[in-house]
Design a protein around this ligand. Sequence first.
Ligand code: AMP
Length: 179
Amino acid sequence: MTRFVAGYCASGPVDPSYLDLAEQVGTGIAARGWGLVWGGGNTSMMGALARATRRGGGPTVGVIPKALMAAEHADAAADELLVTDTMRERKRLMDERADAFLALPGGLGTLEELFEVWTSGYLGMHDRPVVLLDPTGHYDGLLSWLRSMPAGFVSQRGLDHLVITRDAQTALQACAPRA
Ligand code: AMP
């Protein structure tokens, strides 16, 4: 069975260097014989990630709420495009299809998705890898804030549950099945 990585990243206009990063990750997913499940949009990093995965021969499964099909340019080239009535349904289907979760630089939507799989993972509700690829320090402020909270708010175990790396190959390796 093909291994699917859920990719979370920006949907808005960003510097082209971030599109290159998304492309590198998509290429790496396909090179490993894996597939991508993502938000189904064709814009920004989300689009670059999906196109690069397909270009490399990897299957892409997009999951998009009906109401966002125009705004996020639903990707007609997806191997499967699942259209949902709600955001909750989108997240449920993405979760069902994913064998690992990989977040790249992104905004509010990316953060929301990352935090859900990160928290449910550290609470023991799933045991799939949750990985943050951050070559530019996009998340440094957030991570240092989380690490600096007074005792009792964010546990070390919770922090340790997220694999954080600046290197794309390391991030992909962390998405592989555990030995
Ligand atoms: P952003 O990081 O804000 O550019 O958004 C990246 C993706 O996250 C887009 O496909 C958004 O539709 C999606 N997104 C936004 N809000 C949510 C949410 N509450 N739950 C899941 N995905 C979301």
